[in-house]
Design a protein around this ligand. Structure first.
Ligand code: AMP
Length: 418
């Protein structure tokens, strides 16, 4: 879906647009831009976002669009703390201004009476903490049969606080055909597995922190002939410091084929894509994050939410076709203050995608080629140009900067002449 940049272009109801305007929200935040159209269209959503990114609007605006007054509880948001549930209820009231929707928070530490009234009275939107909500379920105050949207907000914190049994109980009792959204500031394995299990083919969205690409990430682009990508990868894996490497391919078959090549070359590798069963994906991630294997090959879909510390290198084996994917892919390295390197293999056919990424980033990426890697083969001689000689860099990777060359010159140099 192409990204919409205004609330007006999201196809929201006039009341909602007026409510948003009354809040003074002139433009959607990045996570709202991406998630609202998808969720309004009925997609499940998994969002990685902290407070302050506008995540509440991202799940509440599409949820409220689905609610019909007088038809029972249709939206349930589970939150780890009383304060957060109250905040979500408060935001929902603002966002449903001008409608007759009834919104309640159901949290611990306050009297049951009003909550019973809201639950038994079929108030349309409930923001609750799992403990108190479960009390009400056990007291038979809750009817989940009309639930349309279930949101788990700050899922990581809810699991940390031991709310898994209560969450499972709600999941068991809510209708199968509901829409599910899960938001979490971090995505450790437990949350990732939960997200995969409770959502159907979800849209993954990550709120990229301001400044987007972390400054500690070094980015490089290798221009390469298509058939030479496996060799280039193996060559780079021989370089010192390539300790924990995440490789992205565009397709599932591409992921399988790269992982096969690496395995044959004796490089410990796991693969993760959506054709793999969940247990397999969880195990692959586990083996990668514990260092049992050095390389994880993944497709974009499979990597969403991956939260592994210590990834030294991200390799875009194929150039991502969506510039946002580039930002998210390379954000897997350089985490928690440690340095990381992101390299992108680009063939002549992929240069257009690379330009879109550079446009999105607002800067050009440095093109380099390996001195000692003969990836153009004999086509160099055919092009009639010699490669300029440069000393090896102290980092071990002998590179020469080709950033002063145009893409066309690079193509010619590498024998891609059209
Ligand atoms: P949240 O991340 O949902 O906790 O939201 C953080 C803060 O940003 C809240 O105070 C919201 O009211 C505010 N906010 C959310 N979306 C927007 C927006 N599109 N424009 C301006 N402020 C917003």
């Amino acid at each position: 879906m192409t990204e919409v940049t205004t609330f007006q272009a999201m196809g929201l109801s006039p009341e909602r647009l007026a409510a948003i305007e009354a809040l003074g929200w002139t433009d959607p935040t990045p996570i709202q831009r991406r998630a609202i159209p998808e969720a309004t269209g009925g997609k499940d959503v998994v969002g990685i976002a902290q407070t302050g990114t506008g995540k509440t609007g991202a799940f509440m605006i599409p949820s409220l669009e689905k609610v019909e007054p007088g038809k029972g509880m249709q939206v349930l948001v589970l939150c780890p703390t009383r304060e957060l549930a109250q905040q979500v209820a408060e935001d929902s009231r603002h966002l449903s201004r001008g409608t007759s929707l009834r919104i309640a928070d159901v949290v611990g530490g306050v009297s049951y009476d009003q909550q019973i009234e809201a639950l038994r009275g079929g108030w349309e939107v409930i923001a609750a903490t799992p403990g108190r909500f479960n009390d009400h379920m056990e007291r038979r105050n809750v009817d989940l049969s009309s639930l349309k949207v279930l949101v788990l907000d700050e899922a990581d914190r809810m699991l940390d606080m031991g709310f898994r049994p209560q969450i499972e109980d709600v999941l068991r009792r809510s209708p199968q055909n509901r829409q599910t959204m899960l938001f979490s500031a971090t995505m450790p394995n437990g949350v990732h597995a939960l997200a995969l299990r409770i959502t159907k083919d979800p849209f993954w969205v990550e709120a990229t922190p301001a400044g987007t690409v972390a400054e500690l990430i070094e980015e490089r682009v290798y221009t390469v002939k298509p058939g030479k990508k496996p060799d280039l990868l193996l060559h780079l894996l021989d370089e010192p410091g390539w300790d924990q490497v995440l490789v992205f391919t565009r397709t599932k078959s591409g992921a399988d084929s790269v992982s096969g090549r690496l395995t044959v070359a004796n490089v410990g590798t796991e693969v993760m894509h959506s054709d793999r069963r969940m247990q397999h994906r969880v195990r692959a991630l586990d083996r990668f994050s514990t260092g049992s294997v050095r390389v994880l090959v993944a497709t974009d879909v499979a990597q969403r939410g991956l939260d592994v510390e210590g990834i030294s290198h991200v390799v875009n084996y194929d150039v991502p076709t969506d510039p946002e994917d580039y930002v998210h892919r390379i954000g897997r390295t350089g985490r928690a203050g440690s340095a990381g390197t992101a390299v992108t293999f680009v063939t002549a056919a992929e240069l257009g995608y690379l330009r879109s990424i550079e446009h999105r980033l607002g800067r050009n990426l440095e093109r380099v080629s390996l001195e000692e890697f003969d990836y153009a083969g004999e086509s160099h001689a055919a092009s009639g140009r010699d490669r300029p000689k440069h000393p090896r860099s102290p980092g071990g990777i002998g590179t020469r900067s080709a950033k002063d060359l145009s893409d066309e010159e690079l193509q010619r140099l590498l024998g891609f002449s059209k």
